[in-house]
Write a protein that binds this ligand. Sequence first.
Ligand code: ASP
Ligand code: MG
Length: 432
Amino acid sequence: MSLLVLKFGGTSVADLDRIRNAARHVKREADAGHAVAVVVSAMAGATNQLVALVEEAWGYKAAKQNGGSELSAQYDCREYDAVVASGEQVTSGLLALVLQSMGVKARSWQGWQIPLHTDDAHRAARITGLAVDELKTRMLDGEVAVIAGFQGIAPGNRISTLGRGGSDTSAVALAAALSADRCDVYTDVDGVYTTDPRLVPKAHRLDRISYEEMLEMASQGAKVLQTRSVELAMQRSVRVLVRSSFDPPDLGGRTAEADGTGLGTLVCHEDEIVEQNVVSGIAYARDEAKVTLLKVADKPGVAAQVFGSLATANINVDMIVQNVSEAGYTDLTFTVQSADLDRALEVLRKAKDKIGYADLRGSTDIAKVSAIGVGMRSHAGVAAQMFSALAEKGINIEAISTSEIKISVLIDAAYAELAVRTLHSLFGLDSR
Ligand code: ASP
Ligand code: MG
């Protein structure tokens, strides 16, 4: 008997039919004698609707439509959390009911009932503690625990949420706390691909991918798993299987290896992967925005001032480029999530006097394309190959960032697909 955590994303619980389908997958595992916990997202689109309601309630959307920026985007994040956490409350209750209707013992759990404790960084809180004793006892007793993902409880007993896509993190945290044998993430694709197959039909599914590569894939825009969930999985050695909820619940007679490979992509430690390409995948992201500060004083403390203000507002910065321009000044360009662009601009406008700059610009017409692979550690010249292939296609590079196992370029959004296709064949990833 194994202890399994299953996670179903928004498209896998989008309506009652899909919830029934998810329930059949759960029933299959429970019938096989496994102790099962299920983590659910809200129905597809539900969280977006709730976020829109929050902005409307605060009057932010109307102000934006009228071109006005006087009204702050910084609404009370505690109330944001109170509203947006409700989507998962609905699906957890519904799945528990559907399971019961199929004769499977099941009970729903909200974040506060477990409890799953978080810090008070509302809207993107971090998990600080997770008590699973009672949950585990009941699971071992044959009761399926259906858990509302994405939510927890912050100091002061306020409901908190873990950031968009956070139910993945709920699932991995739970798997770690329960010492689960595996965390199966059911989604609308059957695994992790070398790149987005909708963009490149020659993309193929990877049987296994290392945590580090997945971390880069996730943060570089391959939306399969929330970045934090992968970090946590790596730290706690949680084996995560990304698989499809659209597989027939009886798996159509397909069988898998003991670790689940064959049914999806297993995210695991690097040393468990035998065959390794130099580049494992090409990721792209269109949800980043570029912010440029023109004519910033070239003196100590300025960057600290800029990025300090953004950090205080909980805005994550990704790529940063600084160009020394006219004497005594520099231009500073960096990227943030598009969803944070308005808040970032507002924060910087407010800090204008303290920072000191001539002009502030924001643009969302950009894309980030990345080549990722642990093999880069031992192979030189990957960057050179990549840049010349892009140059041959006439694609201009606006910014570059690298890590040991990744090279990312920022380019004009119009060239995103061409760049991804070019790199996918360049690094030998096209399936034959
Ligand atoms: N429902 C939340 C979201 O849309 C959390 C999740 O789906 O993981 O971001
Ligand atoms: Mg997700």
